[in-house]
Design a binder for this molecule. Structure first.
Ligand SMILES: *[C@@H]1O[C@H](CO)[C@@H](O)[C@H](O)[C@H]1NC(C)=O
Ligand SMILES: *[C@@H]1O[C@H](CO)[C@@H](O)[C@H](O)[C@H]1NC(C)=O
Ligand SMILES: *[C@@H]1O[C@H](CO)[C@@H](O)[C@H](O)[C@H]1NC(C)=O
Ligand SMILES: *[C@@H]1O[C@H](CO)[C@@H](O)[C@H](O)[C@H]1NC(C)=O
Length: 490
C-alpha cells in the first residue's frame, strides 16, 4: 500500500459559510410562494448566523480588521436605482452574446440583478466614454448627447448582501461636468472586490474566479482589472495572481489607492453568479463558455499535464490514483488508514493528504491533477475537483443528518459540469460519532428533521461541526467499486 500521509499546504478551509448559503438557498426553493419575504428573512438570518457561527479550527474570516462590512438590506438597489421601476424596465436588457462590446456613439449603462442564487449579484455594463475614479469608487458615463442623469449603487462583490463599499455608477447629463481623463485606456475594464468570503476556497472560485472568467474571457487578455478592497486581502492576490494574469495581460489597478481618472471604452461593474460554482453557457457575454472551458483554462494557466483521467481500456495495467482528503480540525474521518486500505483493495493507488488554504495554488493544482479520483468529506476541500483531469471521479462523503440536498447542491452539478463523475456516500447513524456522543435517544439521532426545523445553528452544530465519521468499509466498498467501474469504462 502506497499511502503517503502528507500535509501539502493548500486550499482547504472548511465550509461553514458556503454550506450556510446553500442551506438557505434550498429552504428558499421550498418556500417559493412567499419568495421575497422568505429571501429577506433568510438573508438576514444568514448574515446574523454567519457572524456568530465559528466551528472549531475554522479560519474563515468574513471581514478583515478595518474593513467595512454590513448586512445590508436586500432591496437596497431599489432605493436609488430604477432597475425595478416599470418605467425603466424596458431599458434593462439581459446581456446577450450579440451585444457589441463597445458602442461609444450611443453610450449606455445597462444594470441587471441576478437572484437565481442566494446572495444576489448586481452588475452594470457601462459602455461608451466611461471614466473611473478609484478613491471615489465611482464609474461615470459621459454621454455623447444629452441624457437624463441617473445613479446606481452597485456591490462589486457577487453576493451583494455581503458588501464592502458600493461603487457609484453615474450617467451624466452631458459632458460639461465630466472629470477630465488623466489616463486613457483603449481596452475594457472589469471592476470587482476581493471581499466577503474571499479566503474560503469554495467561495474564491464560486464568488470571484468563475464569475471573473465569465466576465472577462471574451477579451482574450486585453482587459484591465480594477480591484477594490485589496488593502484588506493582499494575500488573496498573491494566491491567485497566476490565474489573474491568465485572464488579463495588463497590470491590475488597486482602486482605493488610485488617484487617476481612467477612461475606458467599456467597464463591467461587479461580477455575476448565475449558478453556484458553475457556468450557464447561454448567458456568458461574448459567447458560450462552459465549466469545462474553465477547467481547461486552469490546466493551461497552471501547466497541468493531465487533460484526461487514466483510461483503463487503453492501459489496463495502470492503477488509477485516489486522493483521500485528510481533515485536521473537525468533521474528521476517524479511520483514515482503513478507508485508504479499502481504496487500495478496490484497485486504487491511494494517497492521503491534507489540503491547506495557505500554500501555492499552482502546486496544489499540479498535485491534485495527478489523481483520477478525489474522495473527501463534505467541505470546501472538494473544490479541488477543479484540478482533476476530465473523466475522473469525485466521491463526496455526506455526514449523517439528512443533509444530502445541501451537500449535493454544492458539488453535484458543478462536478458534473467539469466533466467528472459525481458520486456520494451517505453516512449511516452507526458510522457517526454522534451516536456515541449523544446516545440513541437524542433527537439529532432519532429525528434529524426536527433539528432542521429548529434552525441553522442547531443543524450546523450537530451535523457539520461536531460530527466525525468512522466509515464502514464493507458498506463503502460498492461506492469505491462504482468509481473504479467508471474509469474502466473509459
Ligand atoms: C476623485 O473623486 C474624489 C472625491 O469626489 C475627488 O476628491 C478627486 O479629486 C477625484 N479625483 C480626480 C483625479 O479627479
Ligand atoms: C450601499 O448602498 C445602499 C443604498 O443604495 C446603502 O443602503 C448601503 O448602506 C451602502 N453600503 C455601504 C457599505 O455603504
Ligand atoms: C500554513 O498554515 C500552517 C498552519 O496554520 C502553518 O503551520 C504553515 O507554516 C503555513 N504555511 C505557509 C506556507 O504559510
Ligand atoms: C458494515 O456494513 C455491512 C454492510 O452494510 C453490515 O452488514 C455490517 O453490519 C456493518 N458493520 C458494522 C460494524 O456496522
Amino acid at each position: 500500500m502506497s499511502r503517503i500521509a502528507s500535509s501539502l499546504n493548500v486550499g482547504f478551509v472548511a465550509g461553514v459559510l458556503f454550506v450556510l448559503l446553500v442551506y438557505f438557498l434550498v429552504q428558499q426553493q421550498e418556500a417559493i410562494s412567499s419568495l421575497s419575504v422568505a429571501t429577506t428573512a433568510a438573508v438576514s438570518q444568514w448574515m446574523t448566523d454567519k457572524q456568530l457561527i465559528k466551528a472549531p479550527g475554522e479560519i474563515q474570516q468574513i471581514k478583515a480588521p478595518g474593513e467595512i462590512l454590513v448586512a445590508s438590506d436586500v432591496h437596497r438597489i431599489a432605493d436609488k436605482q430604477p432597475i425595478q421601476d416599470p418605467d425603466v424596465a424596458s431599458d434593462v436588457q439581459p446581456i446577450s452574446d450579440k451585444e457589441p462590446i463597445h458602442d461609444s456613439e450611443k453610450g449606455e449603462v445597462v444594470c441587471t440583478t441576478e437572484s437565481e442564487t442566494l446572495g444576489h449579484s448586481e452588475t452594470c455594463e457601462v459602455d461608451g466614454d466611461v471614466r473611473t475614479n478609484g478613491t471615489a469608487l465611482s464609474v461615470t458615463l459621459v454621454p455623447a448627447s444629452w441624457k437624463e442623469r441617473r445613479e446606481w449603487m452597485i456591490s462589486p462583490y457577487s453576493k451583494a448582501e455581503i458588501i464592502v463599499k458600493n461603487v457609484t455608477v453615474t450617467q451624466l447629463q452631458d459632458r460639461a461636468t465630466a472629470p477630465p481623463c488623466t489616463v486613457t485606456h483603449s481596452m475594457p475594464a472589469v471592476l470587482f472586490a476581493i471581499a466577503g468570503h474571499a479566503g474560503n476556497y469554495w467561495h474564491d472560485y464560486t464568488d470571484i474566479l468563475v464569475p471573473l472568467f465569465v466576465a472577462s474571457r471574451r477579451y482574450r487578455g486585453e482587459v484591465t482589472f480594477l480591484i477594490s478592497n485589496i488593502q484588506y486581502r493582499p494575500e488573496w492576490l498573491v494566491k491567485y495572481k497566476t490565474l489573474l494574469w491568465g485572464l488579463s495581460k495588463h497590470a491590475w489597478v488597486d482602486m482605493e489607492g488610485d488617484t487617476e481618472v481612467r477612461c475606458f471604452p467599456h467597464v463591467t461593474v461587479g461580477l455575476r453568479v448565475d449558478k453556484e460554482l458553475t457556468i450557464v453557457p447561454e448567458v456568458v457575454p461574448g459567447g458560450p463558455l462552459s465549466m469545462a472551458d474553465f477547467t481547461r483554462f486552469l490546466r493551461e494557466t497552471y501547466g497541468l499535464p493531465r487533460g484526461a483521467a487514466v483510461s483503463l481500456t487503453r492501459e489496463p495495467d495502470k492503477k488509477p490514483r485516489l486522493l483521500l482528503i485528510h481533515r485536521g480540525h473537525y468533521r474528521l474521518f476517524l479511520n483514515e488508514p482503513e478507508i485508504a486500505q479499502a481504496a487500495e483493495a478496490a484497485g486504487f493507488e491511494t494517497v492521503m493528504m491534507e489540503l491547506r488554504a495557505n500554500a501555492s495554488e499552482a502546486e496544489q493544482a499540479r498535485v491534485v491533477n495527478s489523481f483520477d479520483v478525489l474522495l473527501g468529506m463534505h467541505g470546501a476541500g472538494l473544490t479541488n475537483a477543479l484540478h482533476l483531469p476530465p473523466g475522473g471521479v469525485v466521491i463526496q462523503v455526506v455526514p449523517y443528518g439528512n443533509i444530502e440536498v445541501l451537500a449535493r447542491a454544492e458539488f453535484s452539478e458543478p462536478v458534473t459540469d467539469m466533466g467528472l463523475k459525481y458520486l456520494d456516500y451517505s453516512v449511516s447513524v452507526e458510522e457517526s460519532s454522534l451516536l456515541e456522543t449523544l446516545g440513541p435517544e437524542h433527537p439529532a439521532i432519532k429525528d434529524p428533521e426536527s433539528i432542521h426545523r429548529s434552525g441553522w445553528t442547531n443543524m450546523f452544530e450537530f451535523y457539520l461541526a461536531k460530527q466525525n465519521v468512522r466509515i464502514n468499509t464493507t458498506r463503502f466498498a460498492p461506492t469505491l467499486a462504482q468509481a473504479f467501474d467508471h474509469l474502466r469504462q473509459q
